[in-house]
Design a protein around this ligand. Sequence first.
Ligand code: NOJ
Length: 540
Amino acid sequence: MTDKTPWYKDAIFIELNTRAFKDSDGDGWGDLPGLTSKLDYLKALGVDAIWLLPIMPSPLRDDGYDVSDFSNIFPAYGTMDDFKTLMIEAHKRELKIIVEIIPNHTSDQHPWFQASRDPNHPEHQKYRDFYVWSDTDKKYEDARIIFLDTEKSNWAFDEKRGQYFWHRFFSSQPDLNYDNPEVQQAMLDTVKFWIDAGADGLRIDAPPYLFEREGTNCENLPETHQFLKRMRKFVDEYKADTLLVSEANQWPEDVIEYFGNGDEMHMNFHFPLMPRLFMALAKGDRSPIEEILARTPVLPEGCQWGSFLRCHDELTLEMVTEEERQWMWETYAPNKAMRINLGIRRRLAPLMENDSRKILLMHSMLLTMIGSPFLYYGDEIGMGDNIALLDRNGVRTPMQWDNSPNAGFSEASADKLYSPLIDNPVYGYTKINVAAQEADPSSLLNRIRHLIAVRKQHPLLGRGDFEWKSFSFETKAVASYQRTYEDKRIVILNNLRDTPVSGWIPETADKFVDILTGNVIHPGDYTLQPYGFVWLLPVD
Ligand code: NOJ
């Protein structure tokens, strides 16, 4: 193994919402000191990096993705000093912190927008062209609407200015005008601000939409890539090992552009792979994964996929066909209230019908198939969701630490919590919580910790090449593949079915050791348990 491998290729990430994690001051909202007090938990889980959902001031119309000040902390989360303390404590534990940057838009409460919309504002001249204004709402008609359930148009009329402004997301989130060099500079200044504050990486929200051009769908435009390359160049020159992870929710052939020639984003999430893991499991057939990996280009040097099962948003079905989307909805979201936009607003455990064999199998694929894995807070203990809450809030409820009042999340009275806790007989916090699972060696938490620990002993799982292998005559029932790096290889078998599957170990070797259990396995007939999986290291 070479020393030159960038840190993010070996890293395991967790995504969490500061608001949802731990409240230190009893106001019912999680905060940065609360998160700092739980770093040991995250370290023990085995993650290397923590991606914080937006922490900047915001009216929270889109949970912080509507920023009203790019260089400060949302007051209920704490102060810049609290952020610095978090950084110091995280770094002491060799944990990295990834901060969310939202370049495409701001809140309509942002002072830039307030000045831009109001001709009588003292700074109107300076900010007049910071946003995309138009006398008509008939421009850029080929651009799709993303928040289909709430928005009817990408234009909204502003009374003060007497013009329409462009917005790809909620109408309370006007898009910035990247044709204005001052906007570009302001965003680079934001990047610099968070690097100066100590961030080890930045998650770049919604990059495909930075520019608009008539006659296009206003996604993935050459100008957008040019700006992202400029951002990368700045980062390379300013603090070279800062990770840029972009959220381009696109097909593989479009996403590849976000890596440039290794001179754009270091990492991008593999959105099309994610729903196909769920599809393959429900069908007991690996074909959907095969199809998408066959379409997945080789990455330039130094780049990496980010892989994930669930996140703070709906399980997006944008990157599947219409037919696949219907099938996914019928299979995983039979109740219409579980659907939002083009996706499914449920957490992992309920999607897996609370079957720990399936939850673990999905983690086995997440941790061994491709790229660097991103966990979503709470999924490691099998937290549930609450589809009675609006928007995507049902998957953003407070972390369940123990069975005490408010799940150990907050000392506030229950009516002060930013969100109700999950409190039902199956997923409620008296049943599903960290303390109970820490005390039980066979809990989901401890088994996921074990999977993570084993993955970390074998960096080839983050770095290696991927190749499908056959297992049994019913090859499609088993997601069997080999990862190879330098002179090492590991063969992984995941049984996608609820029945045992027998077959042959798909490589010649005198014997294999299952690195998860230490069991020695000889080539020949072998039976995988229902939803069983093994990670096999050849021993010659
Ligand atoms: C993607 C984020 O993940 C989502 O939560 C947000 O609503 C949109 N970008 C708009 O910023």
